[in-house]
Design a protein around this ligand. Structure first.
Ligand code: DGT
Ligand code: CA
Ligand code: CA
Ligand code: ZN
Length: 588
């Protein structure tokens, strides 16, 4: 979590607590607005705060707010936030975080039923007392119930987008310690899974430095708890900008680095399959290397000379298989290739177009020209402007008249920016019945149509399938945006019949999106894999609302790679000519 996100969360929490305490809505909204300004800003507030005037120059930030921001930068906390926390039970903020429980409901629950945390809320649901709260009916209770269940089943895994920067930061710091030759992350993070249980760091250091490296690691100031402190393995719990996560560090001799990173990258299923292969060749594979099988238990091979151990490629090579990219190591056939095989997965550098982006016309932070310039700076040949359609009222979705004017603005912007194609598009809402939020005569005027579900996301699977199928079959739709609407750890989203959807998408030549935002990653890896198997093309889009959203691209690419996505099947990796030709094929 970035500094801005952390700071924004304080303001959001202040707003929530003021609301729970029944303070006037003006103060509540003011804090909420500040939270949004900070969250949307592309400037780093920890730097900005050095200059009070610069802070005050930002729209929505007054003197009092500036003081609070400065306070947070210098002391790491805000006094007002601390005081409020003493008045409001901590668990009540968890209650508030449950979709379906608004501040008004939470206040009633607290004052009338004495609910101060999620277990208390569950009790109020079980004994039915929740129904005495104003405007609380069976239906809303059902919603809250399933939201709690979802929250609990999500457990405490951390989203990829939160864990990756933390892992990079710690790996970099370990690399600077004395005697360390290398340090990288392994585990589910290296495989690019959408959520991470814990971070696994592998570090190569000479024996004489190993102990000091472990000690220095456990002494990092973010370490809140030491779970294990062995000679070669340390396990700690850290807290970084409010995120708590476990980090395991393994220290291995430089010669065994490849074996260790291979073993701890996994997955377990991949490791098992690979060891079977080794056994068939009379060899044994463990975290120290590949050895002749002498029947001795693993650590003892350490004394023996390894056949291969230095790099992953050495080991896979000695086993006569091609080293698969980490994202594919899930035992889905990745070991069936001879050395030299090209897995042909899409890379970050292949991406040359963004086909899902918002501007200030709806809920984005950039003007059309700013958006195009940023996309150009990133080396893209095409940027599609796809603002929200009219049903998205909170996002200032465009009605017919505004969309027509917007198209003109987009055409005019093209004259101001050279070297990139600016496409006029929309992210049109897919209504619950599968119809679209704009009529065909409007959609026809657009170069690109992304159709996405945004609401009514707790529909039954059969209804969801029908809804999405209708949009997929619509002749003017190019891409289905975040097809299930899930939010990782927060909302399950739709559960349509994926095999039906991907079949129809292949038939109608409609692409399916992998939304690259780390909270979405929707399509998820398995769905994208099914889509590719059915013959669909995939779009990896950042759903840009602000400059920093472009940086989410790597999460989308990781997800695509997990699905086996090649550049040839990824719209954003196509040449400008191929992409534009395909877009035009859906126009009369
Ligand atoms: P996570 O942390 O739950 O997101 O998932 P991973 O895959 O990072 O799992 P983790 O942290 O428990 O272990 C890291 C890797 O170490 C794992 O992917 C494979 C390897 N590994 C751990 N335990 C075993 C085991 O008992 N057998 C085998 N073959 N490999 C293991
Ligand atoms: Ca792990
Ligand atoms: Ca681990
Ligand atoms: Zn969008």
């Amino acid at each position: 979590m970035s500094f801005n996100t952390d700071l924004a969360r304080r303001f959001e929490e202040i707003a929530a607590m003021l609301e729970l305490l029944g303070e006037d809505s003006f103060r509540v909204n003011a804090h909420r607005k500040v939270a949004r300004v900070i969250e949307d800003s592309t400037q780093d507030f920890s730097e900005l705060a050095q200059d009070r005037e610069a802070l005050l120059a930002i729209d929505g930030i007054g003197k009092k707010t500036a003081d609070k921001i400065l306070e947070f930068v210098t002391s790491g906390d805000i006094e007002e936030h601390k005081e409020l926390r003493e008045k409001v039970p901590a668990g009540l903020l968890d209650v508030l975080a449950i979709p379906g429980v608004g501040p008004k409901t939470a206040k009633h629950l607290w004052e009338e039923l004495g609910v101060v945390d999620v277990p208390g809320l569950k009790k109020a649901i079980e004994d039915g007392s929740i129904l005495t709260i104003p405007r609380m009916g069976e239906k809303s209770v059902e919603k809250i119930k399933s939201a709690i269940a979802f929250h609990e089943s999500a457990g405490d895994r951390t989203p990829l987008g939160i864990a990756l920067p933390i892992a990079e930061q710690f790996a970099a710091r370990v690399r600077e310690l004395d005697g360390v030759k290398k340090c990288e992350f392994a585990g589910s993070l290296r495989r690019g899974r959408d959520t991470i249980g814990d971070i696994d760091l592998i570090c190569a250091a000479t024996d004489k430095h190993a102990e000091a490296v472990g000690e220095a690691f456990r002494g990092f100031e973010e370490v809140k708890e030491v779970l294990a402190a062995g000679a070669t393995k340390s396990s700690v719990r850290v807290e970084v900008h409010g995120v708590r996560i476990q980090i395991d560090l393994r220290i291995v001799p430089p010669d065994a680095y490849g074996a260790a990173i291979l073993y701890f990258t996994g997955s377990k299923a991949h490791n098992v399959r690979l060891r079977e292969r080794a056994q068939k060749q009379g060899l044994t594979l463990n975290e120290y290397g590949l050895f002749k099988d002498d029947g001795k238990p693993a650590p003892q091979n350490r004394g023996a000379k390894a056949i291969a151990s230095k790099t992953e490629r050495d080991i896979y090579g000695a086993l006569k298989v091609c080293d698969p990219p980490p994202e594919l190591r899930e035992d889905t056939g990745e070991l069936d290739h001879k050395p030299g095989h090209d897995f042909d997965l899409v890379t970050l550098d292949d991406i040359k177009a963004e086909l899902h982006a918002h501007t200030t016309a709806s809920d984005g932070a950039l003007s059309i020209v700013e958006l195009a310039q940023e996309a150009k700076r990133r080396g893209f040949h095409t940027i599609a402007v796809t603002d929200h359609s009219k049903s998205q009222q909170v996002a200032r979705g465009l009605d017919r008249k505004r969309l027509l004017a917007h198209i003109e603005d987009i055409r005019a912007a093209q004259d101001k920016v050279e070297g990139i194609s600016i496409l006029a598009g929309t992210e049109v809402d897919i209504m619950p019945d599968g119809s679209l939020d704009y009529s065909d005569d409007l959609l026809e005027k657009l170069d690109v149509v992304v159709a996405s579900p945004h609401w009514s996301l707790s529909q039954k699977p059969a209804e969801a399938t029908k809804r999405l199928l209708k949009a997929i079959r619509h002749p003017l739709v190019h891409i289905i945006g975040h097809p299930t609407g899930r939010l990782i750890g927060r909302r399950e989203g739709l559960s349509p019949d994926i095999s039906e959807l991907v079949g129809a998408a292949a038939e109608h030549d409609t692409a399916l999106e992998i939304n690259a935002h780390w909270l979405r990653l929707d399509l998820r890896d398995t769905h994208a894999r099914a889509a590719l198997a059915a013959g669909c093309n995939i779009a990896i889009d950042c759903d840009v609302h602000a400059v920093t959203d472009f940086d989410n691209l790597r999460f989308g690419v990781l997800t695509g790679r997990r699905a086996g996505l090649s550049p040839d099947r990824c719209l954003n990796a196509w040449t400008k000519t191929r992409l534009h030709k395909w877009l035009a094929s859906k126009r009369g």
